[in-house]
Design a protein around this ligand. Sequence first.
Ligand code: MG
Length: 173
Amino acid sequence: MRIGYGWDSHEFREGVPLKIGGVALPFSKGLFGHSDGDVLLHALTDALLGAVAAGDIGSYFPPSDPKWKGADSVIFLEEALKQVRKAGFAVANMDSTLILAEPKIGPHSAKIQAHVAELLGIKPGQVGIKAKTPEGMGTDNAAIAHVAVLLERGTGPRNRSKKKQTRSNKSKR
Ligand code: MG
């Protein structure tokens, strides 16, 4: 098994659409960033990459590269999932905490949970979405995301050969 952890933050700006966990949320401001500013998917991407010691989001998608301007953060997540599979792992579950003054995440958390689960290919019951307000932090104009992931051995080539071996050992007995 492997554990991974990721963190990200983005600043709120007027006239930017708000997207969290790949879900568009109705709000007067959005998260400004080089890509679509999806703070939750960025922290999740880093958590997955960290779990398989495969670098971080910036090493695959440098903010200096104009190619990623306004990019859908699902692209980043898909690269991280590719690295996870390549290392022979699969996502067991993830947990997250969002820290933002507004908008309230509660009314949207089920939708975010279902969407993130779909992106990861797991069930909503394996995706934790929690939110807090930044009491005393002075970060009212930012959204922060913390994500932890747990990986288990997947059905990659390495794992399959292991299973085969076990079977052939059994038949020898
Ligand atoms: Mg980011």
